[in-house]
Design a protein around this ligand. Structure first.
Ligand code: FMN
Length: 300
């Protein structure tokens, strides 16, 4: 297959490298040329994080402030397909992802080019995906497919295990009691199936039914409770981000945000979810289905 593909992504732990390698393997096997490029930000997002540094990126994430990265030295001027590997940070595209999407050189490359997005999140990726979709549309890209990988463990469990992973650098079972954090190895392996599907449509030269097939293969699944929680959190994060970004001394406010996040997740969210389950959800099935479809599909 005489096709040129760019797989561009950012990763700290290496999880996205594994995903991109597995996902693109069938495309490579079909004979396409896949150029893999890792984004290298100039700022220090060294992994593992310290607790303070982890929260310090929140305002820039939420407010979409781009940061510099090493120049992209790409082999081609035009690709048949761009695969974008990305991850959410604070319900927003990670700073490197957002910086790439706002980069003028990359925007030229995106124009009129088919794009497939693949994300690896803890479990809250919807708000960030809406922003990625919009940035791609603004650049004139043609988003043809999306894969959203998550940690499938219960929200509170993955909240604990991701912190252990992010602050220790070890994708291991915390205390030997908790499950392994991040996207499960089996789910990473399964991206090969999605890659085969993409390869089929790439050869066909028609992307029309790709996302429908990916949805059938469960490349993206919407969990109602997480969707509900994210939607409630989005405007609150925006208020915090705007407020903190205006402070000269941000440290105490970032610390306050950290405590807010713990309280919101462990106390606020369960109460809201309960109230929604008895007061709103039973009467909103049409609205919920419509929303789910918006997030499952790739049209804006
Ligand atoms: C600063 C920061 C904030 C994050 N916020 C979220 C989030 O809002 N939602 C989510 O599902 N995952 C979140 N994660 C997890 C990441 O999306 C991702 O799964 C993890 O960082 C592994 O990605 P990697 O390939 O860069 O190592 C966050 C991670 C970091 C470092």
């Amino acid at each position: 297959m005489n096709k040129k593909i760019l797989a561009i992504y950012y990763t700290q732990s290496g999880q996205m490298t594994e995903i991109i390698n597995t996902f693109t393997a069938p495309i490579v096997a079909a004979g396409a040329s896949v150029e893999k490029v890792t984004l290298k930000p100039l700022d220090n997002y060294d992994f593992p994080w310290t607790g303070q540094r982890f929260f310090s990126v929140m305002p820039d994430c939420v407010l979409s402030v781009p940061r510099p990265f090493e120049p992209l030295s790409l082999k081609e001027e035009k690709y048949d397909l761009i695969i974008l590997g990305w991850q959410p940070w604070f319900l927003s595209p990670s700073i490197p992802t957002n910086s790439l999407l706002l980069n003028p050189e990359f925007k030229v490359l995106l124009k009129d080019t088919p794009v497939i997005t693949i994300s690896a999140a803890r479990n809250m990726w919807i708000n960030a995906f809406v922003r990625v979709k919009k940035a791609l549309a603004d650049a004139g890209a043609n988003l043809v497919g999306n894969v959203s990988l998550v940690d499938r463990h219960p929200n509170m469990v993955s909240f604990i295990t991701i912190f252990y992973w992010m602050l220790s650098g070890k994708k291991e079972r915390y205390l030997n009691i908790f499950p392994k954090p991040g996207v499960d190895d089996k789910d990473i392996q399964n991206t090969e199936t999605f890659g085969k599907t993409v390869s089929k449509y790439l050869a066909l030269g028609d992307w029309t039914n790709l996302q429908d097939e990916l949805i059938k293969q469960k490349a993206v699944v919407i969990n109602y409770t997480l969707m509900f929680t994210e939607e409630r959190a989005k405007p609150i994060f925006a208020v915090w981000a705007k407020f903190i970004s205006k402070r000269k001394n941000q440290a105490p406010w970032l610390s306050a945000f950290k405590y807010y996040l713990f309280i919101a997740l462990f106390l606020g969210a369960p109460v809201l979810i309960f109230l929604d389950a008895i007061l709103l959800k039973p009467f909103s099935s049409k609205r919920i289905i419509k929303k789910k479809l918006t997030y499952l599909h790739v049209t804006t």
